[in-house]
Design a protein. Structure first.
Length: 209
């Protein structure tokens, strides 16, 4: 049976999936990371007026010793408008904490941020597309026997919605039917169980506001 303890366990897995750096860097407006399809995606925005020649992306396992894993060449930033960048770490650390920071040439380095790339090999469900704004299709790890109870939880553990899935391995999610909060993005955990409480599949998605 799915207990509060098991729900809390999945929520604890969910919490690290989006992180934001405490900036304290005059050139950066924001610096964040999230996980997507086994990858770690880094996003940052440079303030107008801040420019650099080339940006290095650094990663560490201990937040002390960093190694360059990629770069964005050319002139970075703009003298008049903010500019945003995205970098995908296609070979990230799995199920362990990784630390990332940016090397901005003569502007110095950013503060680091940490993230755990949780990969659930068993009974994982997926949502396509991911992330999304309005619609996504949830596909379970297996076809539920007869019927499954599909429950959605917010990142703070609040149950948002519960429904039944009959003889299917997928569920069409319409964000217009749910109210989460007014955040720019929200992670949603979903758990599919048999009527006796046995967990069939778990998964998560990012719903953009």
């Amino acid at each position: 049976m799915m207990t509060k303890k098991s729900i809390l366990f999945y929520l604890l897995l969910l919490l690290p999936l989006v992180t934001f750096s405490q900036l304290y860097h005059p050139a950066l407006r924001d610096f964040s990371a999230f996980t997507l399809d086994r990858n770690v995606v880094l996003r940052w925005t440079m303030n107008p007026g801040s420019t650099c020649f080339g940006t290095g992306i650094l990663r560490s396992t201990d937040n002390i010793n960093f190694t360059a894993i990629g770069s964005i060449e050319g002139v970075c930033g703009n003298t008049e408008v903010p500019v945003s960048y995205t970098f995908v770490d296609s070979f990230p650390l799995i199920n362990k904490t990784a630390y990332y920071k940016l090397s901005l040439g003569l502007l110095g380095e950013s503060n680091s941020l940490s993230i755990i790339n949780i990969v659930l090999e068993d009974n994982k469900a997926i949502a396509k597309p991911q992330p999304f704004k309005q619609y996504t299709l949830i596909q379970f790890a297996e076809t539920p026997i007869d019927q499954a109870i599909l429950t959605f939880f917010s990142i703070d553990g609040r149950k948002i919605y519960e429904t039944k899935v009959i003889n299917s391995n997928e569920y069409f999610y319409n964000a217009g039917n749910f109210y989460v909060n007014n955040d720019y993005s929200q992670h949603i955990l979903f758990v599919a169980t048999r009527p006796d409480g046995q967990i069939i599949s778990t998964g998560l998605f990012v719903q953009l506001q």
